[in-house]
Design a protein around this ligand. Sequence first.
Ligand SMILES: *Cc1c(COP(=O)(O)O)cnc(C)c1O
Length: 396
Amino acid sequence: MSNAVLPVYGPSPVVFERGEGVRMYDRDGKAYLDFIAGIAVNSLGHCHPALVNALTTQANTLWHTSNMFRVPGQERLAQRYVDLTFADYAFFTNSGAESIEGCIKIARRYHWSKGQPERIGILSFEGSFHGRTLGGISAGAQEKYREGFGPRLQGFRSIPFGDHDALKLAIKEPDLAAVLIEPVQGEGGVRAVPDQCLRGLRELCDEHGVLLIYDEIQCGAGRTGKLFHHQWVPGAEPDLLAAAKGIGGGFPMGMILVTEEAASGMAKGVHGTTFGGGPLAMAVGNAVLDVMTGEGFLEQVRRVASFMQQGMESLKGRYPELVLDVTGSGLLRGLRMRDDPLPLRGQLSDRGLLVGTAGNNTMRLAPPLVVTEDDVREALDIIDQQFASMMTAAGS
Ligand SMILES: *Cc1c(COP(=O)(O)O)cnc(C)c1O
């Protein structure tokens, strides 16, 4: 079959027609439990009534004005995120990659404004993923994403994940502007950075005048049971944070959070975007935040997450021939498999369960945050049945 879409994706043959809550339905009406949620994007599930209402109401009112004009929903959402976090300012973008680009620019401009224009270095960690722009693939530490796209941009370098000695050397480099890290690595294999490492990193950055940037594009937006994952670790607040994915619940939007100090190089005309912070995105973004800050919402995420983790540990215990480890945090979880999980993803889809994959042979689970214990039980049962049939096949 011919397909005029640039062949950079390899989509599954299933075609979805509609979604509701944690389920999607294909063209034949078959139901699927969605445990990947558009890669941690549909944070409140599909067609959440509050989001549908916010979007359609705004769609009937005003779509776009550009940032030549004040956008009341933007100012409101910025203030709300500032009140809920370490930050003094928010800047809205359209995607994760755009948030990363902005963070890098703000960090470099900070040092420039302090009379140290030579500080342009950005240090990242092996296995990290920071988006597909030239800055993003330079920041990210996976060579496969850079192949054929010219040299890594100047200033970018990375060190192994968890290598403290390498970090202690790299942090001293006089041209270093910022350290960029995912508090829970997503694409690289769903790996959580230990709390004490985030704290240690914060201390090292302070000691050397280096800014600390968290990429919480995947692990933020309530996914690990706090609005942002680093809020589990007091004393490890960043100077800048990149968000996207779940904060828009499926509407494209991203956000940079930054302290007043780190933003000290930013002034009128220094940075901008046409669509970022527009009325449609801000209407949805405010509605997402209403739900996430609602009474008991994040507590429920933590409860279900703990239930899911126990279930995954139990799968690991029962299928040691298949499963090596349970990784991640909250509702961003990995089952590290002995073999490539790609065929497994298709087999689970046939059984009505959608999951993702990540680096290091990891099967990735990132259900909508509105998932219930019953949904989790159902999903884990499907995985259990699939594993059981794989064991039978292997034994025969
Ligand atoms: C998805 C992702 C990005 C890139 O976001 P886009 O919206 O695809 O540009 C960057 N960093 C992390 C950690 C991500 O998960």
